[in-house]
Design a protein around this ligand. Structure first.
Ligand SMILES: *Cc1c(COP(=O)(O)O)cnc(C)c1O
Length: 411
């Protein structure tokens, strides 16, 4: 008799996006003429940069000739891409990362959810609340979460670090023993950041307590302000305690093409049962070479093009396009008297819902009176209750129209 992995039965249904879809469908069926604008999506909408397109085409041509054809490549990524990553994303900022510490993959979602495999089953994880749900669910699947409490809307063995307007969305250091800490900055969903001094506290904490920080930097390209670290390795000591995840998804429009990378410096160590130090870079290498067969040559050629002069300029334009939307939303919404966060170094705007509106009541109000779909903050965790996420990934035209409509709502 085949039995299922019982841990999967601990997962809470992907309630958030199915509930949004359900309410949207119901509204459309009752109001078939409604012109709905979505500011809820976490996906890019602009086409790939020209430099990437040209490089993808050239790579396809390579596949037509025996002399340039590529079969299986190195599981860790082609050297031509690793070199570019190390040079432009790290060395150019004075950060020492070697090519054999970088692992190219088909997305950060897989990397941030697979990384927990190399840690023991009794690892205690800490996450911010609200949180990108993948960090939690991948640990639920592995059996680390304990039971889910419908009373608190939390798993009993996970340490949650609340982020709200009281602490300016800066989580406090854990007051309990933890082993793995997931941090995502610039943050999805709040759009907030940590300064270098704040991030330094986490690196120091991790060193003092022998923890590892899993640093998701998917929105690094959106950083506009100087004091915001673009990589955790800008912080002294981070090479000993941090694994960093970067993705081309939001940086260069690769959500459909799929390319990301993970950095595991050789100094990052964890312990075996006997207390011996084990180099995590080697474990991750073993994991990837066993379970992953590399990102396609064509994709990696396309990815390398973002580091050319033309590519850099084009992706910067792409980011500016979305950040202009973010500014329109942030300024538009705050001029209406809303308490607004994020949208300065990230494509997400996190607003406090008006008095008397929970996250879902605000969702319904926005849908019914302005025909706008956003994302209820409570869907990202209990501390998101009373907040709402709008995204800057739409078109300029729809963003402007959406703000005009919100202006006309009477609360
Ligand atoms: C979009 C996003 C990613 C990127 O995921 P990919 O699998 O690389 O597309 C990673 N982390 C967060 C928090 C995100 O929002």
């Amino acid at each position: 008799m085949a039995k299922v992995n019982q841990n999967y039965l601990q997962l809470q249904g992907s309630y958030l996006f199915s509930e949004i879809a359900k309410r949207r469908t119901k509204f459309i069926s009752e109001n078939p003429q409604a012109d709905i604008i979505s500011l809820g999506i976490g996906d890019v909408t602009r086409p790939l940069p020209d430099a990437v397109i040209a490089s993808l085409h050239a790579a396809v041509e390579d596949m037509t000739d025996t002399k340039t054809f590529k079969g299986y490549g190195p599981e860790q990524g082609y050297d031509f891409l690793l070199q570019q990553i190390v040079e432009h994303d790290y060395a150019a900022r004075g950060i020492n990362i070697q090519t054999d510490e970088v692992f190219v993959s088909d997305g950060s979602k897989c990397d941030v959810s697979n990384i927990q495999e190399i840690f023991s089953n009794d690892t205690i994880i800490a996450v911010t609340d609200p949180v990108y749900p993948v960090y939690v669910d991948s640990n639920v699947m592995a059996g680390r979460s304990g039971n889910y409490s419908k009373l608190t809307n939390r798993y009993e063995n996970i340490v949650y670090l609340p982020c709200n307007s009281d602490n300016k969305f800066i989580p406090s250091l854990p007051d309990r023993k933890v082993d793995l800490i997931y941090l995502c900055y610039p943050n999805n969903p709040t759009g907030m950041t940590l300064s270098k001094d704040e991030l330094k506290k986490w690196v120091d904490f991790a060193k003092a307590n022998k923890c590892i920080i899993l640093y998701d930097s998917a929105y690094e390209a959106y950083i506009q302000e100087d004091d915001v670290p673009r990589s955790i390795y800008e912080i002294e000591g981070a090479r000993e305690v941090a694994i960093e995840f970067r993705s081309l998804s939001k940086t260069a429009g690769f959500t459909g093409v799929r390319c990301a990378y993970t950095v595991v410096p050789k100094e990052v160590k964890a312990y075996d049962e006997q207390g011996n130090e084990i180099t995590l870079r080697d474990l991750w290498n073993r994991r990837q070479t066993t379970k992953f067969n590399g990102v396609s040559y064509i994709t990696q050629k396309g990815a390398a093009a973002i580091y050319s002069d033309a590519g850099k300029e084009q992706i910067s334009k792409l980011v500016q396009y979305y950040m202009n939307n973010a500014k329109i939303i942030r300024e538009g919404i705050s001029s209406l008297g809303f308490e607004v966060y994020g949208g300065v170094n990230a494509p997400y705007i996190w607003l406090k819902t008006p008095e008397g509106f929970g996250s879902w009541e605000f969702f319904d109000k926005l849908l019914q009176t302005a025909n706008i779909v956003g994302t209820p903050g409570v869907g990202f965790g209990q501390s998101g209750e009373g907040y709402f996420r709008l995204t800057a990934f739409g078109s300029l035209e729809n963003t402007e129209r959406a703000i005009e409509r919100i202006r006309n709502i009477k609360f």
